[in-house]
Design a protein around this ligand. Structure first.
Ligand code: LRH
Length: 462
């Protein structure tokens, strides 16, 4: 994506899009990170002259480098089963409560910490001298410089969100060598310039600075929520739904841990207190199983299926791994004595209703846990284009939903670069610019909240 930002302009253009296809080998599920890097180079070539480059991406995953700085194999995919049962081993040394008090990160089997413990007896890990999170790895290949960007570092479950520095005591107790990580850098910090070979391959003229942006995609996306003031919740909807509040400090209470809320660092000292919900992943996997039918037509037929016939717990670990998703959803409906969705439209309706219910629960819990009420829910990310999901979320919560921008992560990434170049101001100024320049769609709740509440109670059980 290329972003052009100025005092009163904010343009976004797609230079190039490439797939991100996980690959399963006998050792497990991996990312094809060389294909991703090739996609980045193609994107730079297609973008033409640029003033700056910044990389953001998904959290927790990483590449391991040897003493020469060479990548040791393909990075493991966070949906790989190698971390099954690892959290329990970790908790035997550091109880889950203490882990939460030190890092504020919610339990997910794939947190970097658990991945490191799962990998540490492998030959590859023993050879590793450096760990780079995925956006930092791509940045390293572009510039030759290594760093660990702070917002993404906070998802490792090894960072103290109060200090913005590593949780040294915790790492010590678990025998994790923090020397594996490159020095921390903050969004807006310089991350080097494109290497001469990269300039040659992409046809760009140097020097081209590379900026450390809020490299966790969710941090970039939330930076680009076009909100005014503080009384808003956000929902970043894509493969995941990340639902919560932006706060000045982490919430490290036992209540917050029990509700499985996380505290990830955002731009300029903000904290995202949110719940990580399996999001449109459920639908993406269904679409894959159905041979990728036309999404617009499918959503239109799903909208005609009566709402709330059957719902599943979208956050159930049973839906984490890839494969056979329509059958798994049907199985969950059958097991809970609900009508079993048969057609793709019925399954789609079930998934979207279930997500709207999960959004409802997360936004209600977030307000309770942080003691802050909200007046509006901002939906950003790909799901902002899904009118049925946005309307259902508004109905389920009885709150207005403001949808857009869909490309929030790219905009947040570009705005931090523009700020580093002196073209835009602080976070509030970025959001004001977004409000002036980006179109959003408002969904008013239709007064059916009681029905959604009843469905939520049904799902919660007696
Ligand atoms: C969304 C995301 C999310 C993480 C998950 C692994 O892309 O970064 O914030 O929890 O991927």
């Amino acid at each position: 994506m290329t972003v052009r930002a100025g005092a009163d302009t904010l343009d976004l253009a797609e230079a190039h899009r490439f797939p991100n296809r996980p690959v399963r080998t006998p050792e497990g599920l991996h990312w094809d990170v060389l294909a991703l890097y090739a996609g980045v180079l193609d994107g730079l070539r297609a973008a033409g002259p640029v003033d700056s480059v910044g990389i953001d991406g998904w959290a927790v995953d990483h590449g391991l480098l040897d003493a020469d700085g060479a990548l040791l194999g393909n990075p493991a995919h966070y949906r790989d089963s190698r971390t099954e049962g690892v959290a329990e081993q970790v908790w035997a040394t550091v109880p889950a409560r203490e882990l939460y008090a030190a890092t504020g990160i919610q339990y997910a089997p794939f947190n970097t910490l658990y991945q490191l413990v799962a990998a540490r007896s492998t030959a590859r890990f023993r050879q590793a001298r450096r760990l780079l999170l995925i956006p930092d790895l791509l940045t390293y290949w572009l510039t030759g410089e290594q760093g660990t960007e702070l917002t993404n570092a906070s998802t490792t479950q090894l960072l103290d969100p109060r200090t913005g520095d590593w949780a040294y005591g915790l790492a010590d107790r678990l025998g994790i060598d923090l020397g594996l990580f490159a020095p921390l850098r903050r969004p807006g910090d310089p991350a080097g310039v494109l290497r001469p070979e990269v300039l040659e391959e992409t046809g760009l003229r140097g020097p081209v600075p590379v900026t450390a942006v809020a490299s966790h995609d969710t941090a970039s996306a939330v930076a680009a929520v076009p909100a005014t003031g503080e009384r808003f919740a956000y929902l970043c909807t894509g493969t995941w739904s990340l639902a919560g509040l932006e706060l000045p400090a982490p919430v490290l209470t036992e209540e917050s841990r029990a509700a499985n809320f996380t505290n990830e660092l955002g731009l300029d000292g903000t904290v995202r207190h949110l719940r990580n919900i399996a999001g449109l992943w459920l639908l993406q996997e269904c679409l894959r199983a159905w041979g990728d039918p036309d999404l617009g037509a499918l959503l239109a037929s799903a909208a005609r299926v009566p709402e709330l016939r059957s719902v599943v717990d979208a956050g159930d670990a049973a839906f984490l791994a890839p494969g056979r998703m329509p059958e798994r959803i049907a199985g969950a409906c059958r097991a809970s004595g609900q009508p079993v969705p048969q057609t793709p439209a019925e399954v789609t309706r079930c998934v979207l209703d279930s997500l709207a219910l999960a959004h409802r629960a997360a936004v209600l819990d977030a307000q309770r846990l942080a003691g802050r009420a909200v007046d509006v829910v901002h939906v950003v990310g790909g799901g902002a284009r899904n009118a049925l999901l946005c309307q259902s979320t508004a109905d389920a919560l009885g709150l207005p939903v403001v949808a857009g921008p869909a490309e929030a992560a790219a905009l947040g990434n570009g705005l931090v670069q523009a700020r580093a170049l002196g073209h835009v101001g602080d976070l509030a100024a970025m959001r004001a610019l977004l409000r002036r320049t980006r179109r959003t769609v408002r969904y008013a709740p239709r007064g059916t909240t009681a029905r959604w509440r009843a469905a939520a109670d049904r799902l919660a059980g007696p």
